[in-house]
Design a protein around this ligand. Structure first.
Ligand code: SAH
Length: 230
């Protein structure tokens, strides 16, 4: 396994690059890729920056230029369900692009020419990641929705839930990585710690949480993941 680890923001990958052994850096397309060993696993860490295009570009480069065989996205997200609380962890089983709408040519949310509205994460990788996360916090598994919007108003999340009732978390990158990995045949998984409730308080909660707690979560989860037997 050569594992690509993507996060949008530096806080979401805090400490991982420092934990790498025999690492080296390469710049490409405005991003810094750090390759090395993470607890015996051959890994490449990178910050994608924010949004679906940024994440898609980063995932494709990881595969095509850095030859990763598996990808994990680790970051924070807004809650999309009343049972999912700030500090909980959501591991994606499926991902949807909630802002994709080519109707009436294709059904709403369907990605043209794939026939799919949802992309499933790799089962084995997701199992291993969820098992690693159980040591850190309360884990939910299900649907993560991505779009090029910070969901920070109550009406936005209410409208989204009306359209897609089973959403557990909302963020801005996961489903883009999912589509790229689907198209390139690369197993992937997405894990998100909940930073806010995607409501009117989201921006303030997000800023506070991302600095204090989120950074520790990713490190602990990835360490447990790498140390677990495949
Ligand atoms: N103001 C921030 C912007 C971060 S955007 C900054 O200065 O960096 C929010 C990031 O966290 C995105 O990468 C997204 O994936 C995730 N996220 C957390 N809460 C979210 C929410 N409520 N809606 C959408 N994305 C959210």
């Amino acid at each position: 396994m050569r594992l690509g680890i993507i996060s949008a923001l530096a806080e979401e990958q805090h400490g991982l690059i420092e934990a790498m052994e025999s690492s080296y850096k390469r710049f490409h397309g405005m991003r810094e890729y750090t390759a090395g060993k993470l607890w015996e696993i051959d890994a490449v860490c990178v910050l994608s920056r924010i949004g679906k295009v940024a994440a898609a570009m980063t995932a494709a480069i990881l595969v095509e230029k850095f030859e990763v065989t598996h990808i994990i996205f680790t970051g924070v997200a807004g809650s999309g369900d009343k049972n999912v609380h700030v500090g909980d962890i959501v591991v994606a089983e499926d991902l949807i692009q909630h802002d994709f709408d080519a109707s009436p040519l294709f059904p709403r949310f369907e990605i043209p020419l794939t026939g799919l509205t949802r992309f499933a994460s790799d089962r084995a990788l997701t199992e291993r990641l969820a098992a690693a996360a159980e040591k850190t916090g309360r884990v939910h598994r299900g649907l993560i929705a991505s779009g090029d919007q910070f969901i920070g108003k109550r009406q936005q999340i209410v409208a989204l839930k009306e359209a897609i009732p089973d959403i557990l978390a909302v963020e801005m990158e996961g489903a883009a990585v999912a589509q790229v990995c689907f198209e390139l045949g690369i197993p992937f998984a997405v894990i998100r710690t909940i930073s806010d409730n995607a409501n009117d308080d989201a921006a303030v909660d997000f800023m506070r949480f991302v600095k204090t707690v989120a950074s520790r979560y990713a490190y602990d989860i990835i360490e447990n993941f790498c140390k677990a037997k495949a």
